[in-house]
Ligand binder design. Sequence first.
Ligand code: PLP
Length: 390
Amino acid sequence: MKRNPHFACVSERYLFQEVLKRKEAFLKEHPHAKIISLSIGDTTEPLSKTIVEGLIESAHSLGKVESYLGYGPEKGQEALRKKIADALYQNKVSSDDIFISDGAKCDIGRLQILFGSDCTIGLQDPAYPAYLDTAVLFRGPKIHLLPCEPKNNFFFNIEEMKKVDAVFICSPNNPTGAILSKKQLEQAVAFAKKHGKIIVFDAAYASYVQGDHLRSIYEIEGAEDVAIEIGSFSKMAGFSGVRLGWTVIPSSLKFADGHPVKADWSRLITTFFNGASVLSQKAALSALSHEGLKEIATQVSFYLENASLLRNAFINLNFETYGGEHSPYLWVRIPGKTSWQAFQELLDKSHIITTPGVGFGPQGEGFLRISSFGRRSHIEEAIERLHKFS
Ligand code: PLP
């Protein structure tokens, strides 16, 4: 059988596998080096008490004949959809428009199938690599990169949206840590409405938003006619291993022929997906309980404090530094070096691994993404070691 040619259009390895390969090569030469990772965006604090209790309770109920559950509804348990609508959207979104998933990344992949192979996808440059890779694997290189630079708060020229059918927007952003302003999102929604585009708004880091910045695109009037929103429990509640996310597809969002997008999404997930784990859904319900919400807010604050410590450290060393205020990520320009050179130098001199900005798109060249997920002692040690690099 002939190989699917689209696989030749993506790099051989997913970005973080390449980072891992370089770390292993370094450890081969320096087996005693104590490497600190500020690379992959993965949570490090254990699950909170209320979530663990929910998981135990759910496991026990699955072990009894009277409370055993098999397949559930593909779009997720009603109680959880209602809880998300209430606790996270103050019921501005209908629970019927929420589809529970096994994580945001899986839904990013499924969205490519929803849109089909004929459409052109627009991506922020730099962007979370899963958008590019899933888009290219599905339809080949029919991707339009929208350059996002510091001078425009990492937003693209809105007119560029003319060239695409659907655009992925992430705020707070991975990798830059930037948060888009209400005005920028209003412009995107107005443009999408006028020109018949769909916005996929990735709100995986919404729980890191401070003050009155936007947490959801549905806070913009009219967004329900043009936008899909993706959410995740991974960075909000430490579910990167437990796995749970959701996608909102409003009933009023229609394709050009008037067909509801939600109807096709329902068809897709009932075909492709048999529902998220019962255990994860119960854990998510616990996370959104009164106690659970307090506990997860404490964890998010902890990571934001890490981010603030790292941000101050890079600024004090005179690096051009972005993000870290509404996001666990910092985006740091390393003058005079390519991203991979900077990555290697930080590894060689300070035994710290980061993520090369260029791995997120051409506009990321010369930057490093710094993740502030980590134990406090590791973050403090990393800050000490930064002096060897500067
Ligand atoms: N979206 C963004 C912007 C992310 O950074 C990530 C994970 O790092 C995801 C989605 C994936 O989240 P999940 O763990 O729910 O698949």
